[in-house]
Write a protein that binds this ligand. Structure first.
Ligand SMILES: *[C@@H]1O[C@H](CO)[C@@H](O)[C@H](O)[C@H]1NC(C)=O
Ligand SMILES: *[C@@H]1O[C@H](CO)[C@@H](O)[C@H](O)[C@H]1NC(C)=O
Ligand SMILES: *[C@@H]1O[C@H](CO)[C@@H](O)[C@H](O)[C@H]1NC(C)=O
Ligand SMILES: *[C@@H]1O[C@H](CO)[C@@H](O)[C@H](O)[C@H]1NC(C)=O
Ligand SMILES: *[C@@H]1O[C@H](CO)[C@@H](O)[C@H](O)[C@H]1NC(C)=O
Length: 792
């Protein structure tokens, strides 16, 4: 039996790993030790083999039903659970799940990260043959492309790189805790950069695309039971405050209305699960209306599993289970905390609390073993869907993916494409951009982010294949490039303004690369203001004033900054927002500046003025409350001044729209008996209309888009809906669809949107139920509107 373990492996690290599995069996240990030491001495190779169960060279494998791949996975998982002792069961309820040597089951690490590329930590090691992975732009920039197919391809590339890592023995798990799809509700949030922005439809589409790409799309011919890698929708729910003004995510109790929950906080998660078929979900640290997310039966079991049909595993955010008792005082003892999360429907604890207190909870009869079995069924099902119980993984559909598929030309080009397509042109006075390649003989590149490398990646990044800083990118266009950092770092407590000004004066054109980095916005750190840090503004205006021509301002940042000063300054000709653009970011920026790329990105968040910070970050209300001066949040509700709006984004071309055809312009509900009159408008509940009615009433809106400029470009078309007379907490407008179209100069094309009145012309009422209101609803694209009347 011992021999079976190391026979498949070729490296010493494998032997050592397998030996650990046998540590309970003294005889085996001794034999293995002998052989292992021998092997270590004789042939240590760089690569190691991936961990897997059900090795066919182990004679016992044939007797295990859980190894029998002709059986259904649910049967196999149940069989496995029936063989486990209570201690073994409890050892599986934490992220570092122990090996079960007597059954040939290796250890499993549930915790791995791949927010925008594979990160090196926990389940993932870059210490073997593979030393780096493709680092895509931080999600907030990728979102700005409004390109669901691009998001899908990024997920797919990360999934392929994961299999290469696993095959090379560098992945102890393939369950990634991404995407982060919380709504970017407040501009100060340190983790807003990780999300697809403030709109629930965008966040939902992003989730579906990324999850399907990463997991391997069973909707396009793949098998439902097979996962390329596992994605996890996080952080469920209403989590979007890390540490602001002394209030942190561990203690925060988010007070959320049913209406906001229904049309803002929950929709991305619902899409991620129902349409994306994500195999993982993470419950968040915070409480929602008093109840810790991980201990909320209504959320985890009734809503997610019951209503949305979730069939994956639910993990706690790290150490969230301990908070339930230790910090939040929601449970009366550690055992009560453990019982509360498992009975709520959570399956695995990122941490060790369940390991420590699980058994005593059973002994004290606070927790039944069947509750543990329920969780284990979800956990082993996911491991089996990943193919980890099918014997030698070389045979699996992903077994032939080699290290050459990591950082491949294809993936690196995709990272560049994502950066290009996300970059947003916010200002371009007198068509300063693009700069002429032939006529720009000298260039000054100034600012603390000008030669940025790590900053390009944002947080949750792994080691990238390479870096191209903005300076390097620009140097490839202009030989005579002068560089000055202006400030020592992004915080910029002091600036060497005179020196920077001298450099600027010598150049034909000046590019300033400013903004934020992880010292300003990050996990556990929300911002306290919305302005550029330190002396950055002073540096920008001084350089702009001294330069020969209006300057180009590039902002690297995840969350928005109030740059009204630059918007209105005629010495600043152009402004580009480049998020954190990933490993190829500098190339994408340079290509955009010199016109090898026509920018098409559009802002995925509202850019608020700096006085927005007088609103407490803890106020979760989306809707404005005029009597108290509360302005509401995001483009859907915020009533105050804006620096830039959601969807803003210029191009070197100009695009125009026409409604080409829309059917119908009247929509009859035919259900007058169910219409209710409330606050002077009558409405019908969508659930009363029924799915058959909703399906039958789907309609098409075709929009003609024309590129009236002189340059070809890719353009995201955003279609909104608004009610002519918005009331009852309706959004001012709501994005209902977006599609990209590539158009040559002077070219036109039709873009079709299929809309469902029940989904797109309805709103959430105060109870969180979707209702359709009589009256005029307007489809809106650019400056064009098309009315549709809803009639009883
Ligand atoms: C696997 O299960 C199938 C279906 O029950 C059974 O026919 C087959 O004999 C099993 N294989 C082994 C090796 O036990
Ligand atoms: C890589 O790191 C892991 C965890 O520290 C270790 O177990 C493994 O042996 C290392 N592999 C190599 C090839 O150094
Ligand atoms: C830019 O950064 C790179 C990488 O950190 C460094 O090698 C290079 O010297 C820097 N360039 C300048 C001009 O400082
Ligand atoms: C930059 O320098 C190289 C080598 O001296 C030269 O071949 C190239 O044409 C120059 N490029 C520009 C834009 O001047
Ligand atoms: C409803 O209509 C009445 C009479 O026209 C008006 O006084 C009242 O303000 C309206 N209520 C709302 C909520 O619009």
């Amino acid at each position: 039996m011992c021999q079976a373990w190391w026979r498949v492996g070729s490296s010493c690290s494998l032997v050592i790993e397998k030996m650990k599995l046998h540590s309970l069996l003294f005889i085996n240990l001794v034999i293995c030790l002998g052989v292992g030491v021998l092997l270590v001495g004789v042939h240590c190779t760089e690569s190691s083999s991936p961990p897997f169960a059900c090795d066919s060279s182990d004679p016992l494998t044939e007797s295990y039903a859980f190894c029998n791949t002709t059986l259904r996975i649910s049967q196999r998982a149940s069989d496995l659970i029936s063989r486990l002792t209570l201690d073994e069961k409890i050892s599986q309820l934490i992220n570092s799940a122990a090996s079960i040597p007597r059954l040939g089951i290796p250890a499993y690490e549930w915790w791995s990260e791949a927010l925008h590329g594979i990160r090196d930590r926990h389940g993932i090691r870059f210490n073997g043959t593979i030393r780096s992975a493709t680092s895509f732009p931080q999600v907030i920039l990728t979102a700005a492309s409004f390109d669901a197919h691009l998001w899908y391809r990024i997920g797919q590339a990360i999934g392929i790189e994961t299999r290469a890592m696993y095959n090379a023995g560098q992945a102890m798990g393939m369950t990634f805790w991404a995407p982060n799809i919380n709504i970017f509700r407040d501009p100060r949030w340190g983790r807003g950069q990780e999300t697809p922005g403030e709109d629930p439809v965008v966040a939902g589409k992003y989730a579906v695309s990324y999850v399907r790409g990463l997991q391997g799309d069973c909707f396009e011919g793949g098998k439902v039971d097979v996962l390329q890698a596992s994605a996890c929708c996080k952080h469920f729910t209403a989590y979007d405050l890390d540490n602001w003004n002394g209030i942190d995510r561990y203690t925060f109790d988010a007070r959320v209305t049913m209406q906001d929950l229904a049309d803002t906080y929950q929709p991305p998660f619902r899409s991620c699960i129902e349409e994306g078929r994500a195999s993982g979900l993470m419950c968040a640290y915070n409480r929602v209306n008093g109840v810790p997310n991980c201990a909320d039966f209504n959320l985890l079991s009734k809503t997610v599993r019951g209503q949305w049909g979730f069939d994956g595993y639910i993990v706690s955010d790290c150490d969230a289970v301990s908070l339930v008792y230790d910090v939040q005082g929601y449970a009366k003892s550690p055992e009560d905390a453990v019982a509360s999360v498992l009975t709520a429907g959570m399956d695995v604890d990122c941490g060790s609390y369940l390991q420590k207190h699980g058994k005593s909870a059973v002994m004290e009869k606070k927790l039944t073993e069947s509750e543990i079995d329920r969780a284990l069924l979800n956990l082993f099902t996911v491991r089996m869907r990943l193919g980890l119980f099918n014997g030698n993984p070389r045979k699996l559909p992903f077994g032939n993916i080699g290290p050459d598929q990591v950082c491949s030309t294809e993936h690196q080009t995709l990272a560049l494409e994502a950066a290009r397509n996300g970059i947003v042109l916010l200002k371009n006075s007198d068509r300063l951009l693009p700069l002429s390649k032939g006529e720009t003989l000298s260039l000054a590149v100034i600012g603390p982010n000008a030669n940025a490398t790590d900053t390009l990646l944002g947080n949750y990044a792994g080691p990238p294949c390479k870096f191209i800083s903005p300076l390097q990118g620009l140097q490839s266009y202009v030989n005579n490039t002068m560089y000055h950092s202006g400030c020592n770092d992004v915080a910029c407590p002091s600036a060497s303004i005179e020196n920077a000004v001298d450099v600027a004066k010598q150049a034909d054109y000046v590019v300033l690369v400013m903004g934020l980095d992880q010292t300003q916005e990050r996990e556990k750190h929300d911002r306290l203001d919305l302005v550029l840090p330190g002396k950055q503004e002073q540096l920008i205006t001084s350089v702009a004033k001294a330069a020969k021509k209006p300057v180009v301002l590039i902002l690297l940042c995840g969350g928005p900054v109030d740059i009204s000063f630059a918007k209105g300054n005629s010495n600043i000709g152009s402004i580009l927002w480049a998020g954190y653009p990933g490993e190829a970011g500098g190339a994408a920026i340079a290509e955009t500046i010199f016109g090898d790329h026509n920018p098409g990105g559009r802002l995925p968040v509202t850019w608020y003025p700096k006085d927005f910070i007088k609103i407490p970050m803890t106020d979760m209300r989306m809707r404005p409350e005029p009597p108290s001066g509360y302005p509401g949040r995001t483009y859907r509700f915020y009533t105050g001044e804006k620096v830039f709006e959601f969807g803003d984004g210029l191009s070197y071309s100009s695009y125009s729209y026409e409604f080409f055809s829309v059917t119908p312009n009247k929509l009859y509900l035919n259900q007058p008996s169910t219409a209710h009159v409330v606050e002077n408008s009558s409405y019908v509940s969508v659930s009363e209309l029924g799915t058959e009615f909703c399906e039958a009433k789907k309609f098409s809106a075709i929009i003609a888009v024309r590129n009236g400029g002189e340059m070809a470009g890719k353009h995201p078309v955003l279609l909104f809906v608004k009610q002519a007379k918005a009331g009852n907490g309706s959004p001012m407008k709501q994005l209902v669809g977006f599609q990209n179209v590539f158009l040559d100069a002077g070219e036109s094309a039709n873009v079709e949107f299929i809309l469902s009145p029940c989904e797109h012309l309805s709103r959430a009422n105060k109870d969180g139920l979707r209702v359709m209101e009589q009256g005029i609803h307007l489809l809106v694209v650019g400056d064009k509107e098309y009315p549709i009347a809803i009639v009883a």
